[in-house]
Write a protein that binds this ligand. Structure first.
Ligand SMILES: [Zn+2]
Length: 191
């Protein structure tokens, strides 16, 4: 199902071959995921028709990227295309599975997919300060963890041992306990 969709979208981009960002055209073939990395969401009213008090506007959501503001639907199709072109489908599927499993906001499928594309564009899986960096990579990309500096910690809530990156524990005074789920202070193991 997902593959068919990606193929269909890939086709669309092969036909048009360009994407519009802040009213400028860019050749899709020359774009990297980094160029369209999600920075923040945008919204703007688009004038449709009418005058004075009868003016009709439509509202359009967009994604701000390095190359400019791209309409949200177009950005989603573009990201799917670039992920497929760059052979990152497995990584995307893993991140999506992770988001579905940790869907604490009960987001619907469409929202989850969009949010996962956003996180994929931000390379969340490579971010050593991401709270799930160790757990996600333990499951899907253990080779990535060989490059990270990991620290054993013990949570203050129920004394559970956990592993986190040194960058994360230096940045945050608290972590989520893997056993009881409390947002808790911790100590380095042996301290
Ligand atoms: Zn606990």
């Amino acid at each position: 199902m997902k593959k068919t969709l990606a193929k269909k979208e890939a086709k669309v981009f092969c036909q048009t071959d360009f994407v519009t960002a802040s009213d400028k055209r860019y050749s899709v073939a020359e774009l990297k995921i980094e160029d369209v990395r999600f920075m923040y969401g945008t919204g703007r009213a688009i004038y449709i028709s009418g005058t004075g008090r009868d003016k009709i506007y439509d509202y359009r959501n967009g994604c701000m990227t390095k190359i400019g503001d791209i309409e949200e639907g177009e950005w989603i199709s573009l990201m799917k295309f670039l992920i497929e072109r760059d052979g990152e489908q497995d990584l995307f599927k893993q991140l999506l599975a992770w988001e579905i499993e940790h869907n604490f906001c009960n987001s619907d499928k469409k929202t989850l997919e969009r949010d996962t594309l956003i996180r994929h564009s931000m390379r969340l899986f490579d971010n050593v300060k991401w709270v799930d960096f160790v757990r996600f990579n333990q499951r899907y990309r253990p080779e990535e963890l060989t490059k990270a500096v990991l620290v054993d910690i013990v949570t203050d809530c129920c004394g559970t041992t956990d592993v986190q990156t040194v960058e994360l524990i230096n940045e945050w005074p608290k972590v989520t306990c893997p056993r009881c789920g409390t947002y808790t202070t911790f100590k380095k193991k042996g301290e």
